[in-house]
Design a protein around this ligand. Structure first.
Ligand SMILES: [Fe+2]
Ligand SMILES: [Fe+2]
Length: 455
């Protein structure tokens, strides 16, 4: 593989070189002008580059303009689509507007700095390359990065079994979209899934939905829940199954991720209701699966490397930095819609434009709130801290006391939460009043944990 690295900053070029040097032949240049000269030279020697990493913001001709120029030239030279160079855009801070502009101009992927080796491997595997990893991948000497990189490669070559999302959730969605859905039709769908229908009865008899009498039949359970709540409860039951594990250590991590996901779903649904949106059940499901990439990465890691401690913070950092793009591709493979995929990819973004999908905004806001409320998968402080890297240490990420965290002792602090809320771009773009959001949090915070455990 022949790789051209284009970045005006020396440190960024050095980082990329150090991570890609064992993947192929690398050439690093500092401007669009020198990049074009290298490309011309390689083409005239009949040894074209396979991949270009392109810094978005460079003085003079920037990454986007260079990308556009390269693509135009390829069209002029009638180069078939499959033979065109793969271009990976890299920048310090991206927003959706930049991404969309780069996609429109023909990039094949995008990454934010500091770029990790695992992210590079994911992007290159996605483009159809099989990049070599530097470290050994045998059980004894497995490093976290190499382990996750191996999972990514297997995933893209179709060697990893995808989670199966029960079809009844979509069938119920379709039924509810009909003009006059009735409980009998709903029962016909739900009874096909023995696990979900059994659990549904137990949920209806739990303190959350309990009426005067115990419910013993599926139809009775559906009547008590009503058409409106059945889809949400079935979605949650279906998703809960995905977070199950026989492995004790993994189960502990999965349970935390489930509580986090459930909190995000519940908050997103309530915020969407506040805004008067009409697709509340879809938004709830979006919240439930927004971190699905993390779920599968952890499961596969434990399957492949049973001796590794899954709660190890360095491993969690590697998984965290890749869970968004991985989650997006996973949802695509599972045939979820574009909106779901976008949510998996962009829910950690800090800057949103005015025309951002409302579903992405509410789930992202709910994700930030869940961290604030102690339902963070990572502790709040660490997840939002900018990862620091140490040049002398070959730029490995270092994130303080990173940990998986569900805070049992949490108490709402009005001033602190208001301060956090005032800085959230998702809240501003949605046009929500911070005081109003605080009262919503006050109402639903106490029931999130109890409800999440009922599933
Ligand atoms: Fe996430
Ligand atoms: Fe999350």
């Amino acid at each position: 593989m022949k790789i051209l690295i284009v970045d005006d900053e020396e440190i960024s070029r050095t980082i990329l070189l150090s991570k890609m040097v064992h993947m192929g032949t690398c050439v690093a240049v500092n401007s669009a002008k020198t990049a074009l000269a290298e490309l011309d030279k390689a083409n005239s020697e009949n040894q074209p580059f396979d991949v270009i990493t392109l810094d978005v913001s460079m003085p003079g001709v920037g990454g986007q303009e260079l990308l556009e120029h390269i693509r135009k030239k390829e069209v002029q030279n009638k180069i078939p689509k499959n033979d065109r160079v793969k271009i990976l855009m890299i920048t310090a801070r991206m927003n959706l507007g930049t991404i969309n502009a780069c996609i429109k101009r023909g990039c094949n992927g995008y990454l934010t700095k500091p770029v990790s080796e695992v992210q590079l491997i994911q992007s290159l595997s996605q483009m159809g390359f099989e990049p070599a990893t530097e470290e050994k991948t045998d059980k004894e000497s497995i490093s976290h990065s190499a382990g996750v990189a191996e999972i990514i490669k297997r995933f893209y070559s179709g060697k990893i079994v995808l989670p199966v999302f029960p079809s009844i959730v979509r069938e119920i969605e379709d039924l509810l979209a009909e003009k006059d859905p009735c409980v009998d039709d709903l029962a016909k769908i739900v009874e096909k899934d023995l696990v979900i229908s059994g659990k549904l009865i137990a949920i209806v008899n739990s303190s959350l939905y309990k009426g005067l009498d115990d419910v013993n039949s599926l139809k009775g359970a559906l009547v008590r829940l009503g058409l409106k709540h059945t889809l949400g409860v079935c979605s949650a039951l279906a998703t809960r199954n995905l977070f199950d594990s026989e492995n004790k250590a993994l189960k502990t991590e999965m349970d935390k991720l489930w509580v986090h996901s459930f909190a995000v779903a519940t908050l997103a649904r309530r915020l969407a209701e506040e805004k008067g949106f009409d697709n509340l059940d879809t938004i709830f499901l979006m919240g439930l699966v927004h971190d699905i990439g993390k779920m599968l990465l952890m499961k596969v890691f434990v399957d492949m490397y049973p001796d590794v401690c899954i709660s190890d913070k360095d491993l969690q950092v590697v998984i965290h930095e890749i869970h968004t793009t991985f989650g997006g591709v996973l949802l695509k493979k599972m045939h979820f819609s574009k909106q779901f995929i976008k949510i998996a990819e962009f829910h950690h973004w800090e800057e949103f434009e005015k025309d951002t999908d409302k579903e992405l905004l509410v789930v992202s806001l709910a994700n930030s709130l869940a961290m604030e409320l102690g339902f963070g998968f990572f502790s709040k402080k660490d997840e939002n801290d900018t990862p620091k890297f140490d040049v002398s240490d070959l730029f490995e990420l270092e994130i303080g006391d990173l940990c998986l965290e569900i805070d049992d002792e949490f108490e709402l602090d009005h001033d602190k939460i208001m301060e956090e809320l005032s800085g959230l771009s998702s809240l501003k773009v949605l046009g929500l009043d911070p005081e109003n959001v605080f009262s919503i949090i006050e109402q639903i915070h106490p029931m999130i944990k109890e409800t999440s455990h009922a599933f």
